[in-house]
Design a protein around this ligand. Structure first.
Ligand SMILES: Nc1ncnc2c1ncn2[C@@H]1O[C@H](COP(=O)(O)OP(=O)(O)OP(=O)(O)O)[C@@H](O)[C@H]1O
Length: 257
């Protein structure tokens, strides 16, 4: 089992932020995690990474039960690409250098790079369509290019689980579609990690995301196969707004009904 969360709740300042969450992710599934601002997505991801502990319930990730495993070791198998990572990177480094540094789980300096590592970085730069700007300073890249570099960096560590936390935020429609095409390609690459794609936007959910968890006010609103949970009826109730869903090019699009 990739993720096994059983009846997890989390309380802070007399408030239940997560309430009775049960979520199982199996090998071969890719999930999207959908929720409005403040629904508890980041809290849940912090829990999957072992940064916070459930007040109630149990959690295991990659068959390691929390409380009985070395979290630092476990975290090496989990990639987490989020906008907060950007602030910690050294913008003057080249894009390729930043990708390679993912192998060493460091920011900045790293050891001697073997030819194998060099080759792995080159393959990822190709997979993520980054070859053209790989030798440029990271801080000269556009937002979409940076996201691709950060995903390549996370993949360098060969994670078993990769969390993509709102990767399309701040992208224009063209950069967004380019990034989404690349994520679909990543999902099909040999030895692809299990993906969790976090978003507010149903339109971004690619065909590879076979399953979806909808989180509302700290509770599981629905979870299951994407086409079963992202329906007009359920989304209307989820957003408290009349919504019509239609399908086009294997993606779901929303309009206000
Ligand atoms: N350490 C904490 N102490 C108290 N309240 C917290 C703490 N962490 C999160 N919360 C509250 O829990 C709720 C869920 O927050 P969380 O950041 O998980 O939501 P989110 O779904 O990731 O939102 P967004 O999409 O805006 O990032 C919010 O109301 C937040 O204020």
């Amino acid at each position: 089992m990739i993720v096994d969360i059983e009846n997890v709740s989390w309380k802070r300042e007399k408030q239940w932020i997560l309430k009775d969450i049960s979520w199982q992710i199996r090998q071969g599934e890719h999930w999207s995690l959908v929720g409005l601002n403040g629904s508890g997505k980041t809290t849940l991801l912090n829990m999957i990474n072992g940064y916070i502990w459930p007040t109630k319930g149990s959690i295991s990730v990659l068959d390691q039960t929390f409380g009985r495993c070395d979290l630092r070791e476990l975290r090496k198998d989990i990639g987490w690409v989020s906008s907060s990572l950007q602030q910690h990177l050294h913008g003057e480094e080249t894009a390729k250098h930043i990708v390679i540094s993912g192998k060493f789980a460091t920011i900045g300096l790293y050891d001697q790079v073997s030819t194998d590592i060099e080759e792995q970085a080159e393959q990822l730069l190709t997979l993520l369509n980054c070859q053209i700007f790989k030798d440029r300073r990271y801080d000269t890249l556009s937002q979409g290019e940076r996201q691709r570099i950060l995903i390549a960096r996370a993949l360098m560590a060969e994670p078993k689980l990769l969390i993509l936390d709102e990767p399309c935020t701040g992208l224009d429609i063209i950069a967004r579609e380019q990034l989404l095409q690349i994520i679909e390609k990543v999902s099909k690459a040999p030895q692809a990690p299990t993906l969790i794609y976090v978003t507010h936007h149903v339109e971004e959910i690619l065909p590879c995301f076979s399953h979806t968890l909808m989180l509302k006010k700290g509770e599981v609103y629905q979870l299951g196969p994407t086409e079963k949970v992202l329906t007009s009826t359920l989304l209307t109730d989820f957003f408290d707004t009349p919504i019509k869903v239609y399908q086009q090019q294997e993606r779901l699009w929303l309009t206000l009904a």
